[in-house]
Write a protein that binds this ligand. Structure first.
Ligand code: PMP
Length: 386
């Protein structure tokens, strides 16, 4: 059997301006990056607090690698649960104000594991329609009745909830900060509505954790939501925390259920202990170095005001994710290429990552950027047709 059919669909994808391509990073990811042999000022990394290359994290990583080796060696339940994993779990539980936290190898696996451990075909799962792909995949995989409500729309959520009365369990799932739009979920209303309907809420705070809240505790801290209102809190460590991995925090029974039943926890190698060790240092910096969030807020303001002056269409985002909506995929690719020619690395995001007609340049600002660099981005944007 040949792959002609596959090639035909790849060719179609290319002619639809939807073809995805990797570029070769040959340096730290930002603010200045060497990509495919060229130097760029980069605005596409999720290293929001600029911690990925922090010398203290690197030192902790190296030291733990010396002590524990490079790999995790086995799953947590066999012999892969090191002192660093354990301590990080306890520190994350204390930081999030939850009884316990459990590490997963990454956010995709956390979402798949949690939703499948909690729900099966007797249950119902309700998603914001802009939820991350990993949440949607998990919802489909678990076999529960699957519904999507309109983006951040409480009326739509209520209406869908009213159809779940016969379900054994109902789980409302939402991104905390929406990954491609940068807006924040209306969590107080979502949690209140779910509680009234005796449903659980799960928040994926991949993009809020570290960036939102006075100490970086994410959207739970930002809105002051405890386990009673927000029982399933998930965060990732590969973005603002600058390392890799994810965790779920909540009550004892939740975490023990995940240890017993979350297949993507049980049947995989633990993250390298050195990653856990570096993340412990990162957590301290996230809490202590408030200036990173303050500087980021200043850059967000500078960028938004600049875009407004240029007449660019932004989204309603108070976060470091500041997409410039373009619409047409071909145009988004052209704008990205034109910026590249001016020394700016800014990736075009196209369907199916975003809805049809919703192609955009997804600008991410980080605490490692300077005001002068954001001004340079604005100047480049003013010279390019977007
Ligand atoms: N959830 C959201 C909202 C995300 O944006 C991402 C990563 N893009 C993930 C989960 C997956 O996390 P990880 O990269 O750790 O697998």
């Amino acid at each position: 059997m040949s792959f002609d059919q596959l090639q035909a669909s790849l060719d179609q994808r290319r002619s639809d301006a939807l073809y995805r391509q990797r570029a070769l990073l040959q340096s730290p990811q930002q603010p200045e990056a060497v990509i495919d042999g060229q130097s760029y000022l980069a605005f596409s990394s999720n290293d929001y607090l600029g911690l990925a290359n922090h010398p203290e994290l690197i030192r902790a990583f190296q030291q733990a690698a010396n002590e524990y080796g490079v790999g995790g060696g086995s799953s947590h339940l066999v012999s892969g649960h090191s002192v660093h994993h354990h301590a990080l779990e306890e520190e994350l539980a204390a930081f999030t104000g939850r009884k316990r936290a459990l590490l997963f190898s990454n956010g995709y696996m956390a979402n798949i594991g949690v939703i499948n451990a909690l729900l099966d075909k007797q249950d119902a799962v309700l998603h914001d329609r802009l939820n991350h792909a990993s949440l949607l995949d998990a919802g489909l995989l678990c076999g529960a009745r699957f519904q999507r409500y309109l983006h951040n729309d409480i009326g739509s959520l209520k209406q869908r909830l009213s159809r779940c009365e016969t379900a054994r369990r109902t789980l409302v799932v939402t991104d905390g900060v929406f990954s491609m739009d940068g807006d924040v979920a209306d969590l107080p209303a979502i949690c209140e509505t779910a509680k009234a309907a005796k449903a659980w809420v799960m928040v994926d705070d991949a993009h809020g954790f570290g960036t939102l809240g006075p100490t970086g505790g994410g959207c739970a801290e930002h809105f002051g939501l405890d386990t009673d209102h927000l029982p399933v809190l998930m965060g990732t460590l590969g973005k603002a925390f600058g390392t890799y991995g994810a965790f779920v925090a909540g009550d004892e029974a939740l975490i023990e259920t995940l240890i017993q039943h979350a297949r993507s926890y049980i049947y995989t190698t633990s993250m390298p202990p050195a990653v856990a060790a570096a993340t412990r240092v990162s957590l301290q910096l996230v809490i202590k170095e408030q200036w990173r969030r303050e500087h980021l807020a200043l850059l967000i303001d500078l960028f938004r005001k600049g875009c407004q002056q240029l007449g660019l269409e932004l989204m309603d985002s108070p976060t470091p994710i500041q997409p410039i909506l373009i619409g047409d995929s071909e145009k988004a690719l052209q704008a990205s290429a034109a910026l590249k020619a001016k020394g700016i690395w800014l990736t075009a995001i196209r369907p199916p990552t975003v809805p049809q007609g919703g192609a955009r340049l997804r600008v991410t600002l980080t605490a490692a950027h300077t005001e002068a660099q954001v001004t340079q981005l604005l100047e480049a944007l003013s010279e390019v047709a977007v």
